[in-house]
Design a binder for this molecule. Structure first.
Ligand SMILES: Cc1ncc(COP(=O)(O)O)c(C=O)c1O
Length: 392
């Protein structure tokens, strides 16, 4: 057994200050139990259960066969950057050139590099709560300070501009907006973003707009980007992971002002260099191809969302709002008086259902369930959850 303390191991303060991703940790624990023969239903995954569409896989196979297996420019190929510009024009009506685009190894990598490119010690980054677990850790890795902005459930977990104004200061460097949101599924309308933009775009502040769930929207809603109100101070982060069931391919991208993109490219060129050449060809096929595959996946997600929301709301003392997008539900379990960590642990050990506690997302009153799994699994998981709460 390794008994060395963190200091003895010689780890940097930077790494000691961050914690392991709890979402990945729960997945690992649930897989461990499965490997021991336990029948665990996992409602923890943060990725579509669908396979990557055939035409995308075919493009990757072709890239290998044709020897497209060497280094590319570190910020991505020009043809992929152009396809991203076309996508942004088509879907968001925003004009960008290849000099405004950088391709990275997943949206998480785009976020990491963007925050590192912008932040110095003492800079503040405003993060609305509940937040995706990775944001605060990325800010800490950059030696900057996360400033948490609470949102209210009765306000759909959306930023109230008056509250935003109170936390913005001269130290604010970045405001993060994630729509549709992980974990709440909340998606902002154009009008809501306009109100936020009036406060967010003060001098010297960038908005990072994490739009990775852009295409996973329900009830006929269309995606809106805050970049429509002030493109020069917005860094759009997106990718192909969630929309095209391509989580393992690791392609994300950022669109922003050319001088910023050039600086981020310098950073990337000395760390990872280019994202995988083969995956870039696959992403190109995804962005240039038909979105029919996306529509089918989203239809399945919507059906599951409706089912899981109804089942959760029928459990006494549990309340969940219907998410507008992404593939998570975020029920409030506070009336049971058991914290989210304990509750998730007990759900796993006693009911054999893996969910993610709300605590690492900034609220102990909730748990996160993913419905990016088959309807059969969701039904089985919900039967067990219902039974668990009945006995609690
Ligand atoms: C809100 C949010 N942003 C970014 C990412 C990262 O996506 P990628 O797989 O492209 O790195 C995730 C993945 O879970 C996410 O939930």
């Amino acid at each position: 057994m390794n008994t060395l303390t963190k200091t003895q191991v010689g780890l940097s303060k930077r790494v000691v200050s961050i914690s392991e991703s709890e979402t990945l940790a729960i997945n690992a624990r649930s897989n461990e139990l499965k490997a021991q023969g336990m029948d665990v239903v996992s409602l923890a995954a943060g990725e579509p259960d669908f396979d990557t569409p055939e035409h995308i896989k075919a493009a990757a196979k072709k890239a290998i066969d044709e020897g497209f297996t060497k280094y590319t420019p570190s910020g991505g190929t020009v043809e992929l950057k152009k396809a991203i510009c076309e996508k942004l024009k088509r879907d968001q009506h925003l004009e960008y050139g290849p000099e405004n685009i950088i391709v990275s190894c997943g949206a998480k990598h785009s976020l990491f590099n963007a925050i590192l490119t912008l932040c110095d010690k003492d800079d503040e980054v405003v993060i609305p709560v509940p937040y995706w677990v990775t944001y605060p850790e990325l800010v800490r890795l950059a030696n900057a300070t996360p400033v948490f902005l609470k949102t209210r459930e009765e306000n759909g977990f959306k930023i109230n501009p008056v509250d935003l104004k109170k936390v913005v200061s001269r130290k604010t460097k970045i405001i993060i907006i994630n729509s549709p949101s992980n974990p709440t599924g909340a998606a902002y309308s154009g009008d809501e973003l306009r109100e936020i933009s009036k406060i967010a775009f003060s001098d010297g502040i960038y908005v990072i707009s994490d739009e990775i769930y852009e295409k996973v929207l329900y009830d006929g809603l269309t995606h809106e980007s805050i970049a429509s109100f002030q493109k020069d101070q917005t860094l759009i982060v997106n990718g192909v992971s969630k929309s095209y069931a391509m989580t393992g391919w690791r392609i994300g991208y950022l669109a922003g002002p050319a001088p910023f993109v050039a600086a981020m490219n310098r950073l990337q060129s000395h760390s990872t260099s280019n994202p995988t050449s083969i995956s870039q060809k696959a992403a190109l096929a995804a962005l240039k191809g038909s979105d029919e595959c996306v529509t089918k996946m989203v239809q399945a997600f919507e059906e599951r969302r409706n089912y899981i929301v109804d089942r959760l709301n029928s459990i006494p003392k549990v309340h969940v709002r219907k998410p507008e997008g992404a593939f998570y539900v975020f029920p409030n379990i506070s009336k049971y008086g058991v914290g989210s960590n304990k509750l998730s642990q007990r759900l796993l050990e006693e009911a054999h259902v893996a969910v993610i506690p709300g605590a690492p997302f900034g609220t102990d009153d909730h748990i996160r369930l993913s419905y990016a799994t088959s309807m059969e699994n969701i039904k089985k998981g919900m039967d067990r959850i219902e039974e668990f709460f009945r006995k609690l």
